[in-house]
Design a protein around this ligand. Structure first.
Ligand code: FE
Ligand code: FE
Ligand code: ZN
Length: 292
């Protein structure tokens, strides 16, 4: 079965149940969510009755919990040399992993972080020691390092950097990677020959570390380091390249998550994008009615 979905919202009054319903409305077979707003760290207590109901709805709709992904908020930065901010990130992520655990979710995607001037090597040291602290907990949550576009001082835009972080992590069973197609392209990787990219990834890191793929087109040329997502088929990666990623046999069991922008900032594109992906047919006029 094709594991495809998108990031969905998470609202305080409906929590996981609302996220599941939104995912189903797009025809998704999996999904990703933030346990609150992506850009802040305000989080509310999990209501168990909503979780129970959500799990039932998932079961009825053939969505398997063990492929569902939580994304940590953007502002969390384990590469930050500022002690107070770093400690806050650790404290927040410990709670976030407990939240994942109470949902029964196994994967938390994390942006490795931005070194904000101290340099990549120093940044990586902070990230490694942070992750090692986090993995001392008693949850089963695996941290998935997202490949980054290399905007500003972002760490993790090169496979070598991701590899260096993994090398420093003691508990290798709970560290993995989330590939983001837009970020890889913006960072300079050529995905048009995806087989050879996977070969390179396998040689440098190992394919078994990949547990999530963010499927996004890119508004910019390869190597731009911009990180601006485009709707599927409308960017510099293009429909055919993204299809090759989505349907690659070596990534069959890995959930594919769309993080493409809303049309006109109001209409979620996921139902239509998932439909185009399923039928493998690109419709270049699909958004015409929305763009005026
Ligand atoms: Fe991300
Ligand atoms: Fe992403
Ligand atoms: Zn991005």
């Amino acid at each position: 079965m094709l594991l495809i979905g998108s990031h969905v919202s998470y609202k305080n009054d409906t929590q996981l149940l609302g996220s599941v319903r939104e995912a189903i409305s797009y025809g998704s077979t999996t999904f990703m969510f933030y346990t609150g707003a992506p850009q802040n760290t305000i989080r509310s207590a999990i209501k168990n009755d909503l979780t129970t109901e959500a799990l039932k709805v998932m079961m009825d709709n053939g969505i398997s919990l063990d492929k569902v992904i939580v994304h940590a908020p953007y502002i969390i930065n384990l590469a930050n040399p500022d002690k107070e901010k770093y400690d806050f990130s650790i404290r927040f992520l410990k709670e976030e992993m407990k939240r994942c655990d109470s949902f029964g979710i196994s994967y938390m995607v994390l942006h490795p972080g931005s070194h904000v001037g101290v340099g990549v090597e120093e940044g990586i040291k902070h990230i490694v020691s942070g992750i090692n602290q986090l993995l001392e907990d008693d949850t089963k949550v695996m941290i998935l390092l997202e490949t980054m576009a290399g905007k500003g001082s972002e760490v993790g835009s090169k496979l070598e950097e991701i590899k260096e972080i993994i090398d420093g992590v003691e508990n290798k069973k709970r560290i993995g990677v989330c590939l983001d197609t837009c970020h890889l392209h913006d960072s300079g990787y050529d995905l048009t020959n995806f087989d050879s990219f996977l070969k390179e990834f396998d040689k440098k890191i190992g394919l078994s570390y990949i547990h999530c793929v963010h499927v996004n087109d890119s508004k910019n040329e390869r190597g731009s380091h911009k990180d601006r997502h485009e709707n599927i088929g409308f960017g510099h990666l293009g429909f055919d390249t993204l299809l090759k990623v989505i349907y690659h046999p070596l990534l069959e069991d890995v959930p594919k998550i769309l993080e493409t922008p809303y049309i006109n900032k109001e209409h979620p594109p996921y139902k239509e994008e998932i439909e185009m992906i399923r039928t493998k047919k690109f419709n270049e006029t699909i958004w015409d009615a929305w763009k005026n």
